[in-house]
Design a protein around this ligand. Structure first.
Ligand code: NAI
Length: 254
């Protein structure tokens, strides 16, 4: 690790995979990595804008990039795509398991299909990505997993009923902490727990109002305000950091 702090943040030569990279937080994180010089691999589900974005980032920042369509709730797609990434890029330095979704309804109104959908994307999706990226990390002898969880894995005091979503986030936070211990000899694992951010997921008036009313900052976060945290966790600036769960929520959970 270089002793100069700005050098520690440089990502040149590193390969970073981001899931949910076409939108919101994932897109901002992908931009942050490319801006810091990393080669970026964008995983997207439905939003094909990721393909163009990948080309644009490569051109603007003179890095290598690729976009893959993957449904993270399908184990085979996850394992096959991780193989392809390693074939094409030679390694994975950082895997940002960020894709997620929410169905905001009381449990009494949710169908079992709605319940299962949230479990399959937010829990199975994170577990599959971690497991298959972890196999690569173990083989390489190095690696770095960052999980996007949520403040709602800590507190239930959100403006809408989303019991299953909240529980999926508590799950992945604790799962990530457990992996930090399991993988201590070869990889770091950290968790980011965002509060209200101005993405598609955070776009409901209820979320906007709650952020305005209840957080000391009095507003939602902009995705550009989360870039530095992910870069810190992904880079050599945070080599002593593992098993941490970093809340970034404008003070909401105080
Ligand atoms: P978003 O809705 O803009 O982005 C979510 C991304 O996940 C999309 O690109 C979507 O295509 C992808 N995705 C969904 N299901 C998928 C699947 N089966 N396979 C692959 N990709 C899939 O929302 P945002 O806010 O950018 O969400 C990113 C992460 O941040 C999520 O895990 C979310 O739970 C978390 N989060 C967001 C907060 C907010 O206020 N925006 C607050 C706390 C956590």
């Amino acid at each position: 690790t270089p002793s100069n702090v700005l050098e520690q943040f440089r990502m040149a030569g590193k390969v970073v995979v981001v899931t949910g990279a076409a939108d919101g937080i994932g897109l901002a994180v992908t931009e942050a990595m490319a801006e810091a010089g990393a080669n970026v691999v964008l995983w997207y589900n439905s939003n094909k804008a990721a393909v163009e974005k990948s080309q644009e980032l490569a051109k603007t920042h003179n890095v290598n990039s690729a976009a893959f369509q993957v449904d993270v709730s399908e184990a085979t797609q996850v394992s096959e795509t991780i193989k392809k990434v390693v074939e094409e890029f030679g390694k994975i330095d950082v895997f940002v398991a960020n894709a997620g979704m929410a169905i905001s309804k009381p449990i009494l109104e949710q169908t079992l299909t709605e319940y299962q959908k949230q479990m399959s994307v937010n829990v199975d999706g994170i577990v599959y990505c971690a497991k298959y990226a972890g196999e690569v990390f173990h083989r390489q002898g190095f690696g770095n997993l960052i999980i996007t969880s949520s403040m709602s894995g800590h507190v239930v005091n959100v403006p809408v009923d989303q019991p299953v979503y909240n529980a999926t986030k508590a799950y992945v936070t604790h799962f990530g902490k457990s992996l930090a211990r399991e993988w201590r000899e070869f990889a770091r694992v950290n968790i980011v727990s965002p509060g209200f951010f101005d993405t598609k997921m955070g776009a409901s008036p209820l979320c906007i109002n709650e952020a305005y009313r209840m957080s000391p900052m009095g507003r939602q976060g902009h995705t550009k305000e989360i870039k530095g945290l992910y870069l810190y966790l992904a880079s050599d600036a945070s080599t002593y950091m593992t098993g941490s769960d970093v809340i970034i929520d404008g003070g909401y959970v105080l």
